[in-house]
Design a protein around this ligand. Structure first.
Ligand code: PMP
Ligand code: GLN
Length: 388
């Protein structure tokens, strides 16, 4: 009997290949292209934060952290969230440190999704949500938004809810569109979630990267939501440390207890000295409050660098990402164009179709502007030179 015939290697994710982020980063490397594809900062994290890691490595904080996370970090998160959202999360029972937001999202979905359960997913959607639903036997139910969408059609959301709907996933500021939810959206969400008794999974990894004076409205700040929400966050975005994979999940004690049953067997605990370092670094709020202005400047540099090309670009409201529509310039499929721009022009991006279930092509590319100013200017120059 050949190996492929054995039930053991039947794929649980038959429609999934290597992620678009890995593929485009690889292509960028092969062609020495500027990588505005995968979302990660080009610059290093602060020397002060590195020194703290060094301090805790040398202090011997090198064995397993507590399963739920280092107490100092859970306390620092509780304080930070209280100051921003007036919501008390108890460090002992309601805060868990995870291996990035990816683990938090995966565990939250695994905690609540049983076979046959439906989960409302707004698309375009970050790529890890759907596999996490499907691996648990759940069914994603999509609310499809145009990449340039102006507002959410809550009537449509309501129409997608059935007696099988268990949860709804939201993400603000949003990857990939850069849109930010308004207070009215959070209120609508609270009404829908309460009426249908839904669990909310709120991906808030870009909470501090928000522009033009907008405020981040966390699910933590809306009492009707926080009581039914797994709030997933990450220090990867906040401290330019995507490679550390330190994130967290905030949820009421009952939900957290079930969440930890899965977390403890998935990773048990998360890298110890980094948790101590982040806990101490969080003492100074300026370290994350300055992020919005820092990235707003980069968004503006990028928008300015591409302004004469003929793209349609609604300025990103938050996140690392600027979407551009090239519908006035080319008919080419977005994946083909993204690949060609990487190979021929030397600038890598992510085609928006990768964030849609049916790979719908809206003639839109996502560019990551978490890069040095020179890199953004150079990318603009290269895109400008291309004959469209
Ligand atoms: N959610 C969104 C919307 C993201 O963009 C990312 C990663 N960039 C994650 C979750 C995962 O975060 P982490 O790297 O902390 O696992
Ligand atoms: N979140 C990053 C992005 O959207 C990529 C993370 C990853 O490569 N998995 O580009």
């Amino acid at each position: 009997m050949t190996l492929t015939a054995r039930a053991g290697i039947r794929s649980k994710l038959p429609n999934v290949g290597t992620t678009i982020f890995t593929r485009m980063s690889r292509l960028a490397e092969e062609h020495h292209a500027i990588n505005l594809a995968q979302g990660f900062p080009e610059f290093d994290c602060a020397p002060g934060l590195q020194a703290l890691v060094d301090k805790y490595l040398k202090l011997g904080k090198n064995q397993y952290a507590p399963m739920a996370g280092v107490t100092a970090l859970r306390e620092a998160i509780a304080k930070k969230v209280y100051e921003a959202s007036m919501k008390e999360y108890h460090p002992e029972t309601e805060i868990t440190i995870t291996s990035g937001a990816t683990e938090a999202l995966f565990v939250a979905l695994s905690t609540v999704v049983f076979p046959g359960d439906e989960v409302i997913v707004f698309e375009p959607a970050y790529d890890s949500y759907v596999p996490a639903i499907e691996l648990n036997g759940g069914i994603p139910v999509f609310v499809t938004l145009d990449p340039q969408y102006q507002s959410i059609d809550w009537q449509e959301v309501r129409s997608k809810i059935t007696d099988k709907t268990k949860a709804i996933i939201i993400n603000t500021p949003h990857n990939p569109t850069g849109n930010v939810w308004k207070a009215t959206d959070m209120q609508e969400l609270a009404q829908v979630a309460e009426l249908h008794d839904l669990i909310v999974i709120s991906d808030e990894v870009y909470e501090h990267i928000i522009f033009d004076g907008r405020g981040h409205i966390s699910a933590a700040s809306v009492p009707a939501l926080s009581e039914r929400t797994f709030l997933c966050g990450s220090f990867g975005k906040t401290f330019h440390t995507t490679g550390w994979k330190v994130g967290y999940c905030l949820a009421p004690a009952g939900l957290t207890a079930e969440f930890r049953k899965i977390h403890q067997y998935l990773v048990f605990s998360v890298v110890t000295p980094f948790q101590y370092a982040i806990a101490e670094y969080l003492n100074e709020p300026q370290h994350y409050l300055e992020l919005a202005a820092f990235y707003e400047k980069k968004r503006n540099i990028f928008l300015d660098a591409i302004k004469d090309i003929g793209f349609i670009a609604k300025p990103s409201e938050g996140s690392f990402f600027q979407n551009v529509s090239y519908e006035k310039l080319s008919e080419e499929h977005d994946l083909a164009l993204a690949e060609r721009l990487t190979k021929e022009v030397g600038v890598a991006s992510i085609p928006l179709s990768s964030f849609y279930d049916k790979a719908t092509d809206y003639k839109t590319l996502r560019f990551c502007f978490a890069k040095n100013d020179d890199t953004l200017l150079k990318a603009g120059e290269l895109l400008q030179k291309k004959k469209w």
